[in-house]
Design a binder for this molecule. Structure first.
Ligand code: NDP
Ligand code: ZN
Length: 353
């Protein structure tokens, strides 16, 4: 079969691979549509995961089941499924402790295009099919379904991590596709004021559509200074981080009220440590919480998030700004995600006729 692989850091291409087989609990699927993630860009071009040789890229797709193991109960060949980017081992002790995304090691629930071949291939393997796949409702298009793999669950996880409550003032730093879903999640969770940070006009417009009350640019000065001014120096109850770098944390801590919480889902690619400003962190006693997390996978979560689309609580259509047809366009879509032109939010490649 054909697979699009990372050959080494900075180099990728189509390769021939063996079609995967199934264990008793597993499934083999073929993608119906795939989406490119900023994480693919970090992995391939920045070596975020270190060197990988011949690793199939991609972790966002929806698919058709082609084959299932003998112990799989709820899926059969021909079923159309949502495929989460994170596919934990649900029988691990970490899953039993409530942290399935870290099953068998920190971040090890992230398997596709990290520790095993990803979904940019004619066929791919899914461990624990009953625990990880979800049936794709008829009402959801294959393009929209790709947003359920990672963008919706990750963006929403920032809101969960920060524990947004009714009436909270929320700052969302970064409004690429992940941050836009954080804005949507903040609005759904009952935030009052939602201040969004980003510069691309298409993302700013989408942020307003998803519920941002204010949009600012990090290029117009330090975020903390802008936000403190806008809030009469009271600051915010929650900060959701989906963009920026290690310095972003210092700014987030400065604008956070005591008792508030920072929910980070952003990948921090550089530096050895994250600086927390001592005085603004209440000299260690400010009750300013900082939580960072990998999005949880799992069938139940996928079904619940999909139901937001089915019942028109969430419209993910504005995210897919560039839709291609056929594997021949995959590389173009990947390079587009690397270059992030002004009119891009997310590229999707549709593979079914
Ligand atoms: P994008 O690159 O599309 O968006 C990043 C956003 O951050 C943009 O709005 C950008 O602004 C903004 N930004 C850039 N620099 C700064 C800065 N210095 N200060 C404040 N904002 C800044 O990324 P995605 O939305 O696709 O992904 C966001 C992050 O989430 C990535 O790091 C990705 O790897 C990570 N991720 C994490 C997952 C998890 O499970 N935790 C899963 C998937 C992704 P603009 O471009 O407008 O100038
Ligand atoms: Zn992703």
């Amino acid at each position: 079969m054909k697979a699009y692989a990372m050959l080494k850091i900075g180099q990728s291409g189509w390769v021939e691979k063996q079609k995967p087989g199934v264990g008793p609990l597993d499934a083999v699927c073929r993608p119906l549509a795939v989406a490119i993630c900023t994480s693919d860009v970090h992995t391939l071009f920045e070596g975020a995961l270190g060197e990988r040789e011949n690793l199939t890229l991609g972790h966002e797709c929806c698919a058709e089941v082609v084959e299932v193991g003998e112990l799989v109960k709820d899926f059969k060949p021909g079923d159309r499924v949502i495929v989460p980017a994170i596919t934990p081992d649900w029988s691990s002790v970490e899953a039993q402790a409530g942290y399935a995304m870290h099953s068998n090691g920190m971040l090890c629930g992230w398997k596709f295009s990290n520790v095993k071949n990803g979904v940019f291939a004619e066929y791919f393997h899914v461990n624990d099919a009953d625990g990880n796949l979800a049936h794709l409702p008829d009402r959801i298009s294959v393009v929209d379904a790709c947003m359920l793999s990672d963008m919706v669950p990750t963006g929403f996880h920032a809101a969960e991590l920060a524990g947004i409550e009714f009436g909270d003032t929320v700052l969302v730093i970064g409004i690429g596709p992940v941050g836009l879903m954080s804005v949507a999640a903040a609005a759904l969770r009952g935030a009052s004021r939602v201040i969004a940070v980003g510069t691309r006009p298409i993302c700013q417009a989408a942020a307003k559509r998803y519920g941002a009350t204010d949009v600012i640019s990090y290029k117009d000065g330090p975020i903390d200074e802008q936000v403190l001014k806008m809030t009469d120096f009271r600051g915010v109850d929650r900060v959701l981080i989906a963009g920026g770098d290690c310095d972003t944390f210092a700014q987030a801590v400065r604008v956070l009220r005591p008792g508030g919480c920072i929910g980070n889902v952003n990948y921090l690619g550089g530096g050895d440590s994250i600086a927390i400003p001592r005085v603004e962190w209440g000299v260690g006693m400010g009750h300013k919480h900082i939580v960072g997390g990998l999005m949880p996978g799992g069938r139940l979560r996928m079904e619940k998030l999909a139901s937001l689309l089915v019942w028109d609580r969430l419209d993910v259509k504005p995210l897919s700004t560039h839709v291609y047809h056929g594997w021949d366009h995959l590389e173009e879509a990947l390079f587009l995600m690397r270059d992030k032109p002004q009119d891009l939010i997310k590229p999707v490649v549709v593979l079914e006729d």
